[in-house]
Ligand binder design. Structure first.
Ligand code: C2O
Ligand code: CU
Length: 542
């Protein structure tokens, strides 16, 4: 059933996993949180009631929210937090999205357990570009820490080191039987031979890209990040944090067997520690309740970059919109890991320094009294500067091994990028080998979907425009794009959504370290080209 009003009560509830119990933040006591179901074009109202002991905000990831940054959610970017005991009514406006997106908390690392899916349906009587599936299956991939996530955050900020890796990967909150005490904490899906299942999935993990596959069953990808794709048959998928996929599962195998599904990390850095365990779920056929034989899926190796990016680049949009426009603004930005000084070299990063991350060598400092949207709207001075990128595009060998020390150290600042209404923007993200050789970065932009028109390993050639090699025919249309380790991607969008929009790496440790920037898209002249007025119950700032 489809509703237009929801109540999200954020509260702490005890959960028992991996042989121990801890309290986690939930919405309505559920983990993963409730699924929202809407029709394309709907507006819904979600009353978020904070009944927990820490601040919270809510973000509707992949929802464009036309002219309505007020309900977008990132803490101190578009709002001050909802304090314990307070409420805020989010107005979520669905306009261009077609398939599956998701929602999650956007304050510190609260999204670790505060997240859920959003199912979008075509308006009754409109076209679905693939055969109607028999059933829909929500599938949330995640990470679980045995310790309180607040302690994980407190510790890595204090020590300047990498955060503790998680203790388990999860499917719909279940670690699966390979982990201790998890035999009965394993996700099971029962299917009927001959039927088709639409798996609506998200990678809600904090710090890991995943490979996922189901034994013996081929999958057909039909949408990515809420937009239809050309149908893509795949034996495995790659999914970065923040990304969603709609995948058809055809129950066409021997119903006398059971089949395992599995997810584990894709991880490109040879030096950074990660959780290399595997989460397993079980696929049963109705008739196979006591089947004796099981099949494990085969997944690419954890460091198989060509498997990971082979999947990403095989995704093609079903429709191609405004890709062939004349670009009016090209923003070239490095995305880097960095090192910062630490008093008495007492931190636990390399050489006693503190780990950081940056875009264009600026580690973004999130304001902590007033949000950027309010500062912009009310002309409050001194909250942010407008000098992103601070330098003309850096021309150097981004991916060489011996980078000058000055590049290893980033500058702490709150700099935004001003964009005029209607500009055709191309942004190039260049991954660098700073900070221990670099890693992939799933870059997410709020307020827009964008075309991923270009991609490459090595250095983007700033002097020779590489756009002749771009895909301007059917590039993927997404909201989260993965920059390969020591490589680059180029994205394009039309800045037709006025507001204050966060852009950041969706690895939360990189977000915390400053791999972020804010785009402020100014109002246009037309009445429908201007930001909506602020809602009356915006949480106050102190
Ligand atoms: Cu999925 Cu800024 O978030
Ligand atoms: Cu990153």
């Amino acid at each position: 059933c489809i509703a237009h009003r929801y109540t999200f009560t954020v509260k702490e509830v005890p959960y028992n996993k991996l042989c121990s119990t801890k309290k986690i933040l939930t919405v309505n006591g559920q983990f993963p949180g409730p699924v929202l179901k809407v029709y394309k074009g709907d507006t819904i109202y979600v009353n978020v009631r904070n009944r927990a002991s820490e601040n919270i905000t809510m973000h509707w990831h992949g929802v464009e929210q036309p002219r309505n940054p007020w309900s977008d959610g990132p803490e101190y970017i578009t709002q001050c937090p909802i304090r314990p005991g307070s409420d805020f009514m989010y107005e979520v406006i669905f306009s261009i999205e077609d398939a599956t997106v998701w929602w999650h908390a956007h304050s510190s690392w609260t999204r670790a357990t505060v997240h859920g899916l959003i199912f979008i349906y075509p308006r009754p009587g409109t076209f679905l570009p693939f055969p109607k599936p028999d059933h829909e299956i929500p599938l949330v991939l995640g990470e679980w820490w045995k310790e309180d996530v607040r302690e994980v955050v407190e510790q890595f900020i204090r020590t300047g080191a990498d955060p503790n890796v998680s203790d388990a990967l999860t499917i719909n909150g279940h670690p699966g039987f390979l982990y201790p005490c998890s035999n009965s904490d394993t996700f099971e899906l029962t299917v009927e031979k001959g039927k088709t299942y639409r798996i609506r999935m998200v990678n809600a993990a904090m710090n890991l890209i995943f490979f996922f596959s189901i034994a013996k069953h081929s999958l057909t990808v039909v949408a990515a990040d809420g937009h239809y794709t050309k149908p893509l048959n795949a034996t495995y998928i790659t999914i970065s944090p923040g990304q969603t996929l709609d995948v058809l599962l055809h129950a066409d195998q021997n119903p006398k067997r059971t089949y395992y599904m599995a997810a584990r990390a894709y991880h490109s850095s040879p030096v950074i520690r990660f959780n290399n365990s595997t989460t397993i779920g079980i696929l049963r056929y109705i008739s196979s309740s006591n089947a004796k034989t099981s099949s494990y899926p085969s997944l690419p190796n954890y460091n198989d970059t060509s498997a990971a990016f082979g999947f990403f680049t095989n995704i093609k949009s079903l429709y191609s919109g405004q890709v062939r426009v004349k670009i009016s603004r090209r923003i070239i930005s490095t995305v880097s890991l960095n090192l910062l000084a630490c008093p008495n070299n007492s931190c636990q990063g390399p050489n006693g320094l503190r780990l950081a991350a940056s875009m264009n060598n600026i580690s973004f400092v999130t304001p902590n009294h007033v949000d950027i949207l309010k500062a912009y709207y009310l002309h409050i001075k001194g909250v942010y500067g407008t000098r992103f990128p601070a330098f003309p595009p850096l021309v150097f060998n981004f991916t060489a091994d011996d980078q000058p020390l000055i590049l290893q150290t980033s500058r702490l600042a709150t700099e935004v990028k001003m964009i005029k209404y209607g500009e055709a923007v191309e942004t190039v993200f260049q991954g660098t080998s700073l900070g221990g050789g670099g890693i992939d970065h799933p870059m997410h932009l709020h307020g827009f979907s964008f075309y991923i028109v270009g991609f490459g390993f090595g250095n983007y050639n700033v002097t020779k425009d590489p756009s002749s090699n771009y895909n301007l025919k059917d590039p993927p249309y997404r909201n989260t794009a993965t920059v390969p380790r020591n490589g680059w991607i180029a994205i394009r969008f039309i800045a037709n959504n006025p507001g204050v929009w966060f852009m950041h790496c969706h690895f939360d440790r990189h977000l915390t370290w400053g791999m972020n920037v804010v785009f402020i898209v100014e109002n246009g002249r037309g009445i429908n080209q201007q930001m909506l007025p602020p809602p009356p119950d915006l949480p106050p700032c102190y």
